[in-house]
Design a protein around this ligand. Structure first.
Ligand code: G1P
Length: 297
């Protein structure tokens, strides 16, 4: 029997400079899409995929993130007294039981691979998931759950994958495809942020991974890659060099790059439109804006 994936690493140590000045005092992962912080979407997705242990790799100034997952007895009591059941149940989703969540400091910004490596001792030689909360994925079946189901068949290492425009390849890890099986591809190479004319395909890695603990062995070497950083992509590529399976999984769903302002705004609109309590107002407003724009043209 394949070992179940029950642990997930959430790298949240980034400075979030693209969202300054907001991120001067608010961790990027606490910024809200409609009424939930980015990190809540990541946690909900992990839970749906059967994750039981949540490991956050943080850095200085991320205290608000730890507070967010704390229980808030006073607030809960107040809501209960006022009979605000809906809000109470929304709050419940933010509570983590003691021991289910751990925080590890990445003391120096040395790249995604290094951030993941910081959590190595908590993985106990088991397969684990990595979720990048910046990549928000709207899907009927949550993306990581789709991947866990596919992984039960393949084992090895699996990354979420999506076609991107050729000029966007330099922003991503790019897969060199061995065999294309439709929703899944087997991978014979991976390059982090290649130049456009050196990209082996236009199939990009999106921030969901299921990885073998062997990846830590490759990260141990601390070899610098693209941008002088220790890259997770390079460590996964090492697995291919050792003849272990690496698969790209074309998930069903829409991905928003909430690490960029445009992506964040698009996600805000999409998640707003998906909400029964907001749809009509928001739709009306968007129509008004578009009509005014067209009239002005
Ligand atoms: C990271 C990974 C990259 C991946 C991307 C997905 O890059 O290093 O391989 O394609 O996330 O969002 P970052 O966006 O942190 O530069």
């Amino acid at each position: 029997m394949r070992k179940k994936v029950t642990k997930a690493i959430f790298p949240v140590a980034g400075l979030g400079t693209r969202f300054l000045p907001a991120t001067k005092s608010v961790p990027k992962e606490i910024m809200t899409l409609v009424d939930r912080p980015l990190v809540q979407y990541a946690i909900d997705e992990a839970r749906a995929a059967g994750i039981k242990e949540f490991i956050f790799v943080t850095s200085r100034g991320k205290g608000a993130l730890e507070d967010y997952f704390d229980h808030a007895p006073q607030l809960e009591q107040e809501l209960r007294r006022k009979g605000k059941d809906e809000l109470l149940s929304a709050l419940k989703n933010t509570n983590m039981d003691s021991g289910d969540i751990a925080y590890i400091r990445q003391h120096k910004a040395m790249g995604l691979g290094h951030a993941v490596w910081c959590a190595r001792r908590l993985m106990h030689n088991e397969p684990f998931a990595v979720i990048l909360p910046d990549d928000v994925i709207a899907a009927e079946k949550p993306c990581l759950q789709q991947m866990v189901e596919a992984y039960e068949e393949t084992g090895g290492n699996m990354v979420a994958a999506m076609e991107v425009a050729p000029d966007k390849a330099p922003s991503y890890g790019i897969l060199d495809v061995n065999e294309d099986m439709g929703s899944m591809v087997s991978v014979k190479g991976m390059v982090e942020k290649p130049a456009q004319d050196e990209a082996p395909s236009n199939l990009a890695v999106i921030g969901r991974y299921i990885l073998s603990p062997d990846v830590f062995r490759h990260l141990n070497r601390m070899k610098q890659g693209a941008g002088g950083e220790i890259q997770l992509t390079d460590a996964i590529a090492q697995e291919i060099a050792e003849d272990k399976g690496v698969y790209g999984y074309r998930f069903r769903g829409q991905r928003f790059d909430c690490g960029s302002k445009a992506g964040f705004l698009q996600a805000t609109v999409a998640f707003g439109l998906a909400r029964d309590d907001l749809r009509d107002d928001l739709e009306g407003y968007l129509q008004e804006v578009m009509a005014a724009k067209q009239a002005a043209e």
